[in-house]
Design a binder for this molecule. Structure first.
Ligand SMILES: [Zn+2]
Length: 207
């Protein structure tokens, strides 16, 4: 699949897995690690997104294993399990990485090219649902993303973000729909906002 599809499916896999692991699905670090994990297997392809960024290592991997070789095999799956069980790296780091990595293998399994799971033995396994780059690929990705989004109980709360950033203290009374319930009442909010401006602006201006 294309890098963009792997990214979306890595995030989808984390949305679905995180609640079952008792971890936050929407934590930016975890999501970033899941996305990174979803791109890592293609390190064996120098023209892939990750391959271009670490091309010397990618060239060595491509030469030694070939594309969709060891990094896409049961050896890599065992490596993921070992990383989880080893415990030297904290689970909040390894879990999203591994979930993202495995999502990549499942995604490649859905293409006609399939996976050489028993690498270095020959033989390819596949459930050819869509060709890489075909018009059907975004549809499969969208379906899986919406299913995974439905599976997570967490939801983005932009209003909480705005409140935490202090934006609602200034704009909340004028735009209540922006900040929702929990915004400070008008006069108090204005006082807090003005106090914040008074404390913040002079040092900025004097720089
Ligand atoms: Zn791949």
């Amino acid at each position: 699949m294309m890098a963009g599809s792997h990214i979306a499916l890595g995030a989808a896999a984390w949305f679905a897995a995180a609640p079952r692991l008792g971890m936050p699905a929407l934590d930016p670090l975890s999501l970033g690690l899941a996305v990174l994990g979803s791109l890592l297997p293609d390190i064996d392809h120098p023209k892939s997104w990750v391959g271009k960024r670490v091309w010397p290592l990618s060239l060595v991997c491509a030469k030694l294993f070939g594309h969709r070789g060891m990094t896409h095999s049961l050896i890599a799956v065992a490596g993921c399990a070992a990383l989880l069980l080893d415990g030297r790296m904290p689970l909040p780091i390894t879990a999203p990485l591994v979930v993202g990595y495995l999502s990549h293998l499942v995604a490649d399994l859905l293409t006609p090219g399939g996976l050489r799971l028993a690498w270095p033995l020959k033989g390819t396994w596949s459930l050819p649902l869509c060709r890489t780059g075909s018009a059907f690929e975004p549809l499969v990705v969208a379906l899986m993303l919406s299913w995974a989004w439905g599976a997570t109980k967490e939801r983005f709360d932009p209003q909480a973000g705005l409140r935490a950033a202090g934006v609602c203290r200034i704009l909340g009374p004028e735009l209540p729909s922006l900040c929702g319930p929990g915004v400070l009442p008008g006069p108090q909010a204005n006082r807090v906002g003005l106090a914040w401006l008074r404390d913040t602006l002079p040092p900025v201006i004097s720089r």
